[in-house]
Design a protein. Sequence first.
Length: 416
Amino acid sequence: MPRFDHNFILFTTILFVSNLCIFQLSSSLKIGETCSTDDNKCDAGLRCGTCPASGNTRPRCTRVQPINPTSKVNGLPFNRYSWLTTHNSYALSGSKSPSGSPVLGPANQEDDVATQLRNGVRGLMLDMYDFNNDIWMCHSFGGKCYNITAYQPAINVLREIQKFLESNPTEIVTIFIEDYVTSPNGLTGVFGASGLTKYMFPLTRMPRDGGDWPTITDMVTQNQRLIVFTSKSAKESSEGIAYEWSFLVENQYGRDGQIAGSCTNRSESLAMNTTTRSLVLQNYFSTNPNVTGACIDNSASLITMMNTCKNASGGRWPNYIAVDFYQRSDGGGAPEAVDVANGYMTCGCPNIAYCRTNATFGTCDIPVLSPPPPAQLEQDESFGGLGLSFATHAAGQPQPLWFCLAIVTTLILLVK
Ligand SMILES: *[C@@H]1O[C@H](CO)[C@@H](O)[C@H](O)[C@H]1NC(C)=O
Ligand SMILES: *[C@@H]1O[C@H](CO)[C@@H](O)[C@H](O)[C@H]1NC(C)=O
Ligand SMILES: *[C@@H]1O[C@H](CO)[C@@H](O)[C@H](O)[C@H]1NC(C)=O
Ligand SMILES: *[C@@H]1O[C@H](CO)[C@@H](O)[C@H](O)[C@H]1NC(C)=O
Ligand SMILES: *[C@@H]1O[C@H](CO)[C@@H](O)[C@H](O)[C@H]1NC(C)=O
Ligand SMILES: *[C@@H]1O[C@H](CO)[C@@H](O)[C@H](O)[C@H]1NC(C)=O
């Protein structure tokens, strides 16, 4: 009789199934696969989300990161790239005011600036005010900050940016200051204290005639990796900080910027087709931040508006795409819009994912796509009552924990 008896085979099977279970429980999920919003098992750069406002109720792994364009096409002038930008980057839900009470007013984003930067956000819109003898991030009115509209001292956020630039020596970040600071050299002071001054791209090197910016390579080599724009023109002469609309055109923000087929300048900006401004910024978010509607705004309609704005901007794709709740989408979201813009701008392909490294402009590797899984949550006949659907297994869904435990337990009982 061989020594491989009945129990030994069972024992081996238990080990095998247990390992399989452990492997499957820890395995990650790909884009579009069904996931659980309780434990995000989606691959890096993805988040488990739904878009109930459009009837998309199946929790699926959705993108929160654009492709880093320089990983595909490096060394072009800075104005040949597009960057994901967050509107009111600092305005998080659950923020506490200095007096301890919740900040009045809606949130525009769901994660802090450090996380946004890790997710590939490279443009930050920050409202800065004089407050408490310091500079604060506030979302206020009448040009004045109050306890109830004060999010946090500006230096906290600026230090997060400083840490990011320090540990990511090839990355470039742009700050758009909605500037209410009147204290003399207030911005210079807070940027200095945060350690950001040494990274600042000098005003004197910014093209004023619509010419190309220096290349990414040049900016990285010279360590001039922080572009700062202010909304106050006087800061150019007083503190050497670039007046935003001397260098870029920008469309209307809020509801008026979401009228299909129309892309007009915001009042401070020259017309969108003004080519003496080398950079183009596209805003696309509602007047009142709407966390449930953001997944719709950030998806197909964002890309449609990007095409409208491209036409209005003299055929130029946006260098900055600014949204609320950047992680929300009904598919590829704002990260996809950025990838589309980068594809056209850097290699002449409809998505940066299709650019071939070091290839001639217009050489694209366009993959054959299989149809996406259904948008609705599937109700499987036999297991529907449990709310667990086996129909999704074909899409690579791991076995649920209880299923594995049941098999292992049954096998153990058989051994006895
Ligand atoms: C703002 O909050 C600070 C800290 O709690 C408090 O000392 C101050 O009195 C508050 N100011 C107003 C106007 O409520
Ligand atoms: C930009 O838009 C505003 C309306 O918001 C308009 O008054 C202004 O003249 C426009 N500027 C140009 C150059 O079109
Ligand atoms: C630029 O856009 C404005 C509208 O903002 C339009 O009136 C003008 O004709 C455009 N100029 C060119 C050269 O297309
Ligand atoms: C937010 O967006 C949802 C979905 O588009 C819409 O039904 C709702 O009316 C919006 N809320 C506000 C306050 O605009
Ligand atoms: C952009 O302009 C082109 C050429 O004028 C036109 O065919 C296309 O429909 C326009 N696209 C949008 C989104 O307006
Ligand atoms: C692309 O070109 C750069 C610079 O010439 C080179 O360093 C790099 O190895 C090339 N990459 C590939 C994938 O050919």
